[in-house]
Design a protein around this ligand. Sequence first.
Ligand SMILES: [Zn+2]
Length: 166
Amino acid sequence: MSKSTPTQPPRRHDRLLGEHQHDTYKQRGQLKGPAHCRKCGAVYGKGRWAWGDQDREHTHAVLCSACSRIADNYPAGELMLSGDFIDRHEQEILNLVRNVESVENSEHPLNRIMKIGPSKEGILITTTDIHLPRRIGTALRSAWEGELDIHFDDGANFTRVRWQRD
Ligand SMILES: [Zn+2]
């Protein structure tokens, strides 16, 4: 990964603007009937999103909340990786990060990594959902120990996780 393309962490004014956006994402998540995402092709039925070859022609075309968040650059979670260990083992760490995402995403299409990029403190990973930062953080700690802090902001429906390993 190139360090020359910094990822912008969510800014404070984004969080304020986000109040009604959050509601929008929530509403988009509550679909009445079968649907599919016109962007990523995930299909919705029986109360959950899945990957599959279900009949798309006869279901509503919508934009799933993951694609909406990506389009708006409005993450639901973030994971900060910091410490000297990160520099020395960046590739292995990012491989594990992608593996966890891939397993999670196969079961839960709306759980995705939005961006991975350098930040002042290390590497910042943003996600389309509130679960992935914790899953990835837990996997990193299992693999390499280090310190894991998990914070869920109920009001903002936002997960902030930090993994520090020196
Ligand atoms: Zn989608």
